[in-house]
Design a protein around this ligand. Structure first.
Ligand SMILES: [Zn+2]
Length: 196
């Protein structure tokens, strides 16, 4: 615990030097805006499951699916052992580049990356299970059918707009992060950093 504390102190010290708001600030901003995001979604859709999906996605977008997955960060460590999932992402995207922090590409690329990795890993899992149990590999058709069933389940239970709602929530969560980064840089340097 103490070690963890000192690590996080060290990290926020580093961030301060690099003129960025700390993970704590980002968390606070996320928590602060969750209720307003829910309220706005409710006002817009008057649909409870959709508003909830937007708000929960916003929380996740701010706390662990945000732009700082491109570096050693709170968001990154929150994935626990699954943080390895984001190794290639970190290797690929420079910290704070437009590809992770940009309002246009950031969330979109993270979702694409996430889906791609999920597909790859589930392929691998299915393959290993087949090898170890001597079963036949399910063919691609069967495989895509499973994905479609999952999609169908979500649509039936949350609604037709489930996926766009989640994306909007994630996008808002990441946008609040990027805007906080920009504000932090501006306060400390008087400069506005790029955000598209
Ligand atoms: Zn950041």
């Amino acid at each position: 615990m103490q070690r963890e504390q000192s690590v996080s102190n060290h990290k926020s010290a580093c961030r301060f030097k690099s003129k960025m708001p700390s993970g704590k600030t980002h968390d606070a901003v996320t928590f602060f805006f969750t209720a307003p995001v829910f309220a706005a979604a409710w006002k817009f859709t008057e649909n409870f499951p959709v508003s909830l999906a937007v708000a929960v996605a916003f929380l996740i977008g701010g706390l662990m699916f945000g732009p700082d997955l491109d570096t050693m960060s709170k968001q990154y460590t929150r994935w626990g052992i699954f943080r390895v999932f984001w190794y290639p992402y970190q290797a690929f995207f420079k910290h704070r580049s437009r590809w992770s922090h940009g309002l246009v590409f950031g969330t979109f690329l993270r979702v694409v990356y996430f889906m791609g990795m999920l597909t790859l890993l589930s392929f691998l899992a299915v393959y290993l299970i087949a090898v170890f149990t001597d079963n036949n590999l399910p063919d691609l058709l069967e495989y895509t059918k499973t994905w479609r069933q999952i999609g169908e389940f979500v649509r039936v239970n949350i609604g037709e707009n489930a996926f766009p709602s989640v994306f909007i929530g994630l996008w808002l969560g990441a946008a609040s992060h990027t805007l906080t980064d920009i504000a932090g840089t501006f306060v400390k340097t008087g400069k506005v950093s790029g955000f598209l």
